[in-house]
Design a protein around this ligand. Sequence first.
Ligand SMILES: Cc1ncc(COP(=O)(O)O)c(C=O)c1O
Length: 498
Amino acid sequence: MNCAERLVEIFGSQADVARAFQLDRAVVHNWVKTGYVPARWAGEVERVTQGRISALDVIHEASAKNPVRVKSRPEHAPFGLYESEPMSQYAPAKRIQSFHPPQRTLMGPGPTEIHPRVLTTMSQPAIGYLDPIFVEMMEELKSLLRYVYQTKNALTFPLSGPGSVGMEYCFVNMVAPGDKVLVCQNGVFGGRMLENAIRVGGTPVVVEDKWGEPVDPQKLEDALKKNKDAKVVAFVHGETSTGCQSDAKLLTQIAHKHGALVIVDAVTTLGGTPVKVDEWDIDAIYSASQKCLSCTPGLSPVSFSDRVVEHVKKRKDKIRSWFMDMNLLFNYWNAGTRTYHHTAPTNSLFALHEALLLMREEGLENAWARAMRHHLALKAGLEAMGIKFLVKEHYQLPQMNAVLCPQGVDEAQVRRTLLNEFGIEIGAGLGPLAGKVWRIGLMGYSCRPDNVMLCLSALGSVLSDMGLAVHVGDAEAAAHGAYAQMHVKDAQRKKRAA
Ligand SMILES: Cc1ncc(COP(=O)(O)O)c(C=O)c1O
């Protein structure tokens, strides 16, 4: 029996398999018809069947049925048919084959693993960026983004570029030369905001907090009292370099009390912890596709209030970037106009549409709760190994766990071993925290119990091998205990509600 047939046997029918994998029935029908499940579903099959069908079975069967064909050429004429072709002198010296990345467990600060449904959608045929079908998809994409941002802002769309482009876009449009900008800095990315404020010709004032601590609202208030002409306040909601969360609602209220607009970095928070643009009255916000949205990197969802749109329209000077000029780009993303601005990364946008759809299906609050549940289990396990968090509990980001490396451990060696022996990627410390912390991500599709258990088990075994007083198995037991407690609480809550 092949894997597709085994799935039908386990779940009962093709329709039940489709339900278990949140897939269209036609996809499952196709697996049964072709007699194999595509290799990209391997991990998901193992997870959904709880190991009854192993990922390796799926991969072996898929590669036997549908082998990846790499044209092999004789070594003496590796590039092209004509050995003497003059262009060959510029060809790479080594023989290059098709690239096949290994399967990794991504538990760093992003990118995350990508749901197979998103990968499948991404590999659909290319269509034009003004094709009516694509245009329809863009409108859906905008409405899904409004859902994850919890906003009705008309100007909510994904920029073509990573989170850094979202950051720069906010500064280029909202800060005119000479404008005073208060930049809150408590980690690497606040520093990047500061750099942007300087490069667009703004007059920056830094509100500084220690790395690992949240932005202090009182310090911001004091700085605004001293700088009454401040036009913009910029801060990072969740500092990825430290795993610390600041109170975006309160900081926005303070900025507004003093007549300043806010720019909020939600790169790590969007989809992982509450981000409520309308309720918190945020003016400008940006994020990135590769963190809690669990999509391919390279897109930066942004949202701007009408207040910001008016502010930018009123600028007398020309925006100092053609590509980033909000007034021009609006004509492509606006349903009314839709004219060429730049060639949109169509297949990446298909992928983002699917990733957001997954989030809509799960429900935003469920996604936040999932991050918290696995964070609590991971934390119980790490603490059972004697590992401490950098940030005080109240400010800890569930999706970005920055923990202190135990004394005397070669932290880079630990990360290397995790990657080479267990296929797990965790993040290193940045800036002053380099060599001192590990950053363990629980973002999007990577935020799963199997990843939590694997990470704890692998880390425990690596640390124990390195001679640390870690008892292998303690961390897993503590995490299991934390899950069990949460299940009990959940059951009691449901009983009370019934
Ligand atoms: C808080 C924060 N802001 C901005 C960025 C930049 O995003 P990107 O790497 O997608 O350009 C990152 C990336 O990790 C981040 O964590």
